[in-house]
Design a protein around this ligand. Structure first.
Ligand code: ADP
Length: 475
């Protein structure tokens, strides 16, 4: 089975969130099952120099974008045994950061065309193109329409995975029509049209042969108006083709026993884990005390992650003898709110704004608890990394958090974390308080941590499901 992953980010090349973890790790897990996976990505300026320098140009193509012909280099590099193809056009991709520019439509329409043109330069065509999120949603559409008569291409099957339905790539109809060189016929309710505009996410949902999303619960939720982001009807129409497959983490990359970023390696020893707490307290200028429970947060700063609840809960949580460490980047208003809380409690709270892989690992390693009160959560990897680093997750019961965190039950002794269902400050406070009470009961805490350690949260079982999904398309 030959699979081409098309995505806008992948570890260890570029990352802004969980998508990169998935696109980095799943190909390795599929390769262990015998699949041959190549990942195709834009060649961003952010790709580490030591990797970019090794990339070899294997083709130079022209990509037609509306009436313009654009240069496109196709490069190849193998990293940790995974083959990457890079779409090279410095005008589109050599910029300061990955997303958020005014010409987002043009950049990713270009990328979508380039991925398909790249097929002409591959030794063998893939059986499956597995597309991830809106940036690649147009690929199934283009294959089924513009390129449907190209020899060989019609046998290629497509899978579209929704990692986050909130980001949809909605652009004005005129702009998309121009870039795609498309007529009115494809901008219908059955096609790309979305409330008078055009949607790349909808293109993926309508035209891919199979759909998946990153947890069983989110697969159900996105078919409801509450979580469906106005696409629930379109998704419901395809519910027979939609699979919910929970993400794993790369357990070799995330391993506190070998993690080069953390102070003291450990696996199950809570005593050694606490030495990492002391090291982080020192690093961040917090009072050094291993008995104080430390709550960690590593997150994009967006409404999705429940920072409104965190903000309202902080003054009460901080009345207790706890420390909170937050690493995040994103929304300036959330930064301000967190900074205001920190300035009132400098001895209990530390924050670091920006993206910092090393610090993220040290927070997972140092924290006793990991707070993630998401308003919605397609899968969530942070709670899985937290579990792998023996930090007990406190989460809201939504999406993948439902599928991966089981609330502790003191009567049966089961559960690997703490959870609450309603997005309310009171419920959050109640649950944090509950976690803190059990933290002070050493035996119970050891049991909760041990329950979390029983699974490794790797990719094996989910890779088996993706393999099964591909096989339904390719016999
Ligand atoms: P999402 O994909 O919605 O951002 P996930 O929980 O699925 O959320 O994945 C987030 C990933 O990004 C995790 O690996 C987390 O550790 C990492 N991450 C988030 N914010 C930062 C940051 N500021 N610095 C370093 N890593 C971060």
């Amino acid at each position: 089975m030959r699979v081409l992953f098309a995505a806008s980010e992948a570890m260890p090349l570029v990352k802004t969130g969980g998508l990169a973890d998935v696109v980095g790790a799943l190909p390795k897990a599929l390769a262990k099952r015998g699949a041959e996976v190549t990942v195709i990505l834009p060649k961003y300026g952010e790709i580490p120099e030591e990797i970019a320098a090794q990339a070899v140009t294997i083709a130079v193509m022209d990509v037609q974008l509306g009436w313009r012909r654009q240069y496109c280099g196709l490069q190849q590099v193998t990293v940790d045994g995974v083959r990457f193809l890079l779409i090279d056009n410095e005008f589109y991709f050599k910029r300061g950061y990955l997303y958020g520019y005014g010409d987002e439509a043009e950049r990713f329409v270009f990328f979508s065309f380039a991925v398909i043109e790249a097929l002409n330069h591959m030794e063998q065509l893939p059986d499956i193109i597995h597309c991830h999120d809106w940036q690649t949603g147009l690929i199934p559409f283009l294959l089924k329409t513009r390129y449907s008569n190209q020899p060989g291409f019609r046998d290629i099957r497509t899978v579209f995975t929704i990692h986050n339905l909130q980001y949809q790539g909605v652009f004005s109809r005129d702009l998309l029509q121009d870039l795609l060189g498309a007529g009115d016929d494809v901008f219908t309710g059955d096609g790309l049209e979305f409330y008078g505009a055009g949607s790349c996410m909808k293109a993926g949902i309508r035209y891919a042969d199979k759909l998946s999303t990153v947890s069983f619960t989110y697969a159900f939720e996105i078919q409801t108006p509450e979580y469906g982001e106005k696409l629930d009807g379109v998704i419901r129409q395809r519910s027979n083709d939609l699979w919910g497959i929970v993400n794993g983490i790369d357990t070799e990359v995330y391993d506190p026993m070998t993690d080069p970023h953390i102070a003291v390696p450990y696996r199950n020893s809570l005593a050694k884990k606490r030495q990492n707490k002391l090291a982080l307290q020192k690093e961040l200028g917090l009072p050094v005390d291993e008995t104080v429970p430390l709550i960690g947060v590593v997150s994009r700063l967006t409404g999705q992650k429940g920072f409104d609840l965190i903000g309202q809960a902080l003054p009460t949580i901080l009345k207790d003898n706890v420390q909170i460490v937050i690493l995040g980047s994103g929304d300036a208003a959330i930064e301000e709110m967190l900074e205001a809380a920190r300035s009132k409690h400098p001895d209990q709270m530390a924050i670091w704004f920006g993206f910092n892989e090393g610090l993220a690992r040290r927070i997972y390693a140092a924290s006793d608890m990991y707070l993630m009160p998401s308003r919605f959560e397609p899968c969530g990897l942070s709670q899985l990394i937290a579990l792998r680093y023996r930090s007990v997750p406190i989460v809201r019961e939504t999406g993948g958090l439902v599928d991966t965190v089981e609330s502790y039950n003191e009567y049966t002794g089961t559960g690997n974390g703490f959870s609450f269902s309603h997005a309310s400050v009171n419920d959050l406070l109640f649950t944090v308080n509950r976690a803190l009470n059990f933290y002070r009961k050493e035996e119970a805490w050891a049991q909760i941590v041990a329950n979390g350690a029983r699974k490794d949260y790797g990719w094996e079982s989910s890779a088996r499901l993706y393999d099964k999904l591909y096989r339904e398309l390719v016999n």
